[in-house]
Design a binder for this molecule. Structure first.
Ligand code: ATP
Length: 238
């Protein structure tokens, strides 16, 4: 996918309510995310970051505009086709992990690999490989309740990678973590970026934004600043 556009939005809009109660959560946004880009989206609470991420990942439908994921237009796509595309192309990471409490770390990752169509033996092998990659090989048999917050989030990241996604979409991935755990997740994102994984991370954490290739600041549903358009180059890391 090198050189191609993984995500594209044109006039992307999501409104809630009407008349006096109208909220323009995302307001006529244009965006292109090329393959391999690590993009951080920042901005004050309520400016529309999560809504934008949900629209880009096909978790929510826009009220206006168009959005393409992996070259497919998703705002008009059927629910069924969209679910398949999400399963095959996107890895989601959420602030509150969303792990299955009754499954071990390796089973959580394995389940996602199975749902993505891997054969059982291959799914287990891949799950163990991914847990190793996130530094949790020795925690594979633990339930989430026996893991720290940072370890849970690393399992969630391993799960997000189980389908070899074109793009990882992360919503405040360090929002529930202490400083040390945040650094672990930060290191992991940096590794993913270096490996060429396309990433879009919504974050309040300037440390995450500092390892991104591009930082967009949102205000009132629109882009207030885009380091790519401003020509900011992050010091020679690529
Ligand atoms: N289901 C909804 N119904 C009505 N308004 C909503 C809904 N979801 C979000 N909003 C509004 O849309 C705006 C954008 O919300 P969003 O959650 O995208 O912001 P955010 O930048 O991610 O905020 P935070 O950093 O606090 O998570 C806010 O004004 C919010 O109140």
């Amino acid at each position: 996918m090198t050189g191609s556009t993984v995500l594209r939005a044109r006039g992307l809009t999501r409104r809630y309510g009407e008349d006096d109660g109208l909220v323009r959560a995302v307001d006529e946004v244009d965006l292109d995310v090329p393959a391999g880009q690590a993009l951080a989206i920042m901005g004050p609470s309520g400016c529309g970051k999560s809504t934008l991420l949900h629209l880009l990942g096909g978790l929510q439908r826009p009220t206006g505009g168009q959005v393409w994921l992996a070259g497919h237009r998703i705002d008009t796509m059927s629910e069924r086709a969209l679910a398949r595309l999400r399963r095959d192309s996107v890895g989601f990471v959420f602030q509150s992990f969303h792990l299955m409490d009754e499954l071990t770390a390796v089973e959580n990752v394995e389940l996602a690999a199975l749902l993505a169509g891997r054969r059982p033996r291959e799914a287990r092998r891949r799950a163990l490989h991914l847990l190793d990659r996130v530094g949790l090989a020795d925690r594979a048999g633990h339930l989430p309740s026996a893991l720290s917050g940072g370890q849970r989030q690393r399992v969630a990241i391993a799960r997000a990678l189980s389908n070899e996604p074109l793009v990882v979409l992360a919503d405040e991935p360090t929002g529930n973590l202490d400083s040390a755990a945040t650094l672990d997740v930060l290191r992991l994102f940096e590794e993913l970026r270096t490996a060429g994984q396309t990433l879009v991370v919504v974050t309040h954490d300037a440390r995450i934004a500092a390892v991104a290739d591009r930082v967009i600041s949102m205000r009132d549903g629109a882009f207030a600043d885009d380091s790519q358009l401003a020509g900011t180059v992050h010091d020679g890391r690529r």
